[in-house]
Ligand binder design. Structure first.
Ligand code: GDP
Ligand code: MG
Length: 458
């Protein structure tokens, strides 16, 4: 059961109809008017705790300010966070009282509010953090996931900015060339197409994918009736907007959902497993991490540390154990103990390529036998800074074991974004998440349109 299951989807997102948090979905949200909700929440709220550092806690003005912000038509996470943390210096009873007021005003069940607060407190203690400045971004991330705000305008902008930053190098290179090309007068002649081809190749799209992309662009230009260079930007934007297929939600007939993580060493597979486990935990799922990379004891140890930190269960065997046996026994444990999600780490030693692919295929067979439908997804992790290797890795893994979706890591570095255009064109595989840093909160859903915009510039 997820946190705040009752109050999710209260805000309208992109939709035209402004929704009121307390009145949008009568079957899910309390039916009282906002004023009544605020009063009831105030009455039920625990007696204000001693104020931290003399900060005013839950005074009437503060309560009305937060209530007004909550009852707006859009989710404004920064504004709420600002109010929640206003004048506080350490995480103490004042913060918990404010959070309780927030949740109660939204009509959240008290038990879920308590669970949120106690989990957050436990995290802060485990990390040995008490200062508000150190806790701010973690609290923001937890609120976003718990309240299902990731697709909200403000949060999308936030991720878009990071994406824009990571793709700056590629964009600079592309946009100068494209700008010059589109700025000139004249028809879409051979010289135009030749120069466009060169630009894509320089941006790491890859030779084969570039040829396909040019074919697509030619027919799109025709169907849009664009014949001159000056209007070609519209054609390119339209093509890139629909380039990235959306990830499919896997059908899971019976829990647990089993996800097999694959990819070569160093791309960020283990870190991504930790981030995915963390997200799923914050969304209220029970997660088991399975150490299928048995090649090095250190890999098992690293995963164990992560499982502990993110509050996931862990299944491992000794170094050198058969990875398929790990997969089998992990799923067995997950079924017996009621886990919702199993994330299986695998080895990524490419120099023994044939063995690795054989091993991955065996894991898949064993999983399917143990739990029909499993693995529900094979997720390939790719390092966005590696350029053309991303293309060859996708080809290799996809042909050998079948990839369902891609997670693209290290987009915070000097990413070579063009290669993902190549991967999308050559393999038509969806990208589900992007890694934007090393922190747990730095894994965000991939939005194709935003990626294309960050790549091309506006
Ligand atoms: N900057 C950045 N570093 C990352 C990201 N994802 C993983 N890393 C780092 O990449 C390195 C290798 O990660 P690891 O998960 O051990 O890779 P694995 O060998 O594929 O399991 C570690 O130092 C991670 O912290 C990311 O999105 N951004
Ligand atoms: Mg690893």
């Amino acid at each position: 059961m997820g946190f705040f299951s009752k109050i999710k989807k209260l805000w309208g997102g992109e939709s035209e109809t402004a929704q009121q948090p307390a009145a949008s979905a009568p079957s899910e949200a309390p039916a009282e008017t906002s004023a009544a909700v605020v009063d009831a929440a105030a009455a039920d709220a625990p007696a204000p705790a001693p104020a931290g550092q003399g900060a005013p806690v839950l005074d009437e003005a503060w309560k009305s300010a937060l209530a007004a912000s909550l009852h707006g038509s859009r989710a404004r996470i920064s504004e709420w966070l600002g109010l929640l943390l206003k004048d506080l210096h350490t995480a103490d009873d004042a913060l918990w009282a404010r959070l309780r007021f927030l949740f109660e005003t939204l009509g959240a069940p008290a038990s879920e509010a308590d669970a949120f607060i106690s989990e957050f407190t436990a995290w802060a203690q485990a990390m040995n953090l008490a200062k508000i400045d150190d806790l701010r971004s973690e609290l923001r991330y937890r609120l976003i996931l718990s309240l299902d705000l990731e697709q909200e305008e403000e949060e999308r902008k936030n991720v878009f900015q990071k994406l824009t930053h990571g793709l700056a190098k590629t964009r600079e290179r592309l946009s100068v060339g494209l700008g010059a090309l589109f700025g000139r007068k004249g028809e879409l002649d051979d010289a135009f197409w030749d120069e466009l081809e060169e630009l894509f190749i320089m941006a790491d799209v890859g030779a084969e994918a570039t040829r396909k992309l040019l074919d697509n662009l030619r027919s799109r230009a025709r169907s849009m009736g664009v014949t001159e260079a000056a209007r070609f930007r519209e054609v390119l934007s339209a093509e890139l907007d629909v380039l990235f297929p959306l990830p499919k939600k896997p059908k899971v007939a019976a829990p647990p959902e089993v996800v097999m993580m694959i990819g070569v060493n160093g791309v960020g597979k283990t870190t991504t497993i930790a981030k995915l486990a963390y997200r799923a935990r914050l969304q209220g799922r029970k997660v088991l991490i399975a150490a299928g990379d048995t090649f090095r004891a250190a890999a098992i140890g690293q995963l164990e540390v992560w499982a502990g930190r993110v509050g996931a269960g862990m299944f491992s065997k000794s170094e050198g154990a058969d990875p398929a046996a790990v997969a089998f026994e992990a799923v067995d444990k997950a079924m017996k103990e009621g886990y919702d999600l199993v994330l299986l780490d695998t080895a990524g030693r490419l120099h023994t390529k044939v063995n690795l692919m054989e091993e991955l295929r065996k894991i898949k067979r064993v999983l399917e036998k143990k739990h029909p439908g499993a693995p529900h997804k094979s997720v390939l992790v790719i390092d966005a800074t590696t350029g053309q290797n991303a293309l060859s890795q996708t080809k290799l893994f996809h042909e050998a074991v079948g990839v369902d979706e891609i997670v693209l890591t290290k987009l915070d570095g000097t990413a070579k974004g063009g290669v993902m255009v190549g991967v999308a064109i050559s393999h038509r595989l969806p990208i589900s998440f992007v890694g934007l840093g090393e922190k747990m909160e730095d894994l965000r859903p991939f939005v194709g349109e935003d990626f294309a915009k960050a790549l091309l510039g506006q």
